[in-house]
Write a protein that binds this ligand. Sequence first.
Ligand SMILES: *Cc1c(COP(=O)(O)O)cnc(C)c1O
Length: 417
Amino acid sequence: MNDLSMANTATREAFDVQAVRRDFPILSQQVNGKPLVYLDNGASAQKPTAVLDAMDRYYREMHSNVHRGAHTLGDRATAAFEGARETVRNFLNAHSTREIIWTKGTTEAINLVANGLAPRLKAGDEILVSHMEHHANIVPWQMIAERTGAKVVPIQVTPQGELDPDSFNSLLNDRTRILAITHVSNVLGTVNPVADMVCQARARGIITLLDGAQAVPHFRPDVQALDCDFYVFSSHKLFGPTGIGVLYGKAALLEDMPPYQGGGEMIERVSFERTTWNVLPYKFEAGTPAIAEAVGLGAAIDYLNRLDREAMEAAENALLERAHQLVETVPGMSIIGTAQHKVPVMSFKIEGLHPSDIGTLLDQQGIAIRTGHHCAMPLMDFYGVPGTARASFAFYNTLDEVNQLFTALQKVQRLFA
Ligand SMILES: *Cc1c(COP(=O)(O)O)cnc(C)c1O
């Protein structure tokens, strides 16, 4: 029961969207008198019963503090907690669990890396990000730049919403120290050619970080194949609980970085003369960790591993294709983000309608989407819009829900545009 990684070897079940929906209790409810259509997965995804049960069972049967080795419950909690770390290692195909650090989420993971790399930066150094980054992959770098005299430089985006390869090539130079880019854009859905970009950066000795927050809900990254130095994501967008996320980092770099926070768990020995750090990964995990949340994230990944990935990705592609096809049925509607390679995320605008009004009117019909700047203000500026409306799909969404979204949008457009 404690060996969560054993579930990895469980038999695969075929992908069946109706069966899958039954695994997510929150989906079968009415909102504002209408069946819920949840299309805000990019902001946070829903949790399967497998996750809820794993966390409940953890608290009912094994909770205690971890890594204390004093009694049986502590041993059970530690086994479940470290089992989840192994599940994450396997999910990312990382070399070792020493390279898997628990954080609060993507945001904290990037702050940790930025702080850890700060001692390597000096005035005039450049940190390359892109114009489509989430604020979480801009602001921590700006803060470190402020401290060190380094500069944050954005790679340009094309009107279709792809990273401009000419801009990338022209910005790579001898002052570039760090390349920090998103694997998948939370606004545009664009899947960036990160393997090539990392390869080019590494050839110049540049440290690379990939923001995988929007990638992991749709496909499984392989950090050894990508060869990036850091890869980060949040549990709550991967059908796991809030409050926990992951930093993958190559061991040699992590060894070289100073700790992020001080306290319990992260030390080897403390004295007033000299304090020494614990080994990886604990050096970066000060204080009592989010144990139940780690167990929940492990259960989410185990759940995903039991689904047929290929069928799931095909189903998601069909949702996006249907959505793109239906755009012309809503007068004045246009999509922002038409990259060749996309996950099922659709940002859009409708002439004459403010995005927040679209969101409110859809909510009255039980349809949840996201509106606003999506924590990507520089990208909004690039497109000259205050915000967009965004429908972001998960594998549990149905083609019928896509149809319902468009029927609702047609109604909104007729009434208000
Ligand atoms: C959501 C998101 C983040 C921030 O994740 P948190 O869970 O809020 O820390 C960072 N980058 C991208 C691309 C995101 O979608």
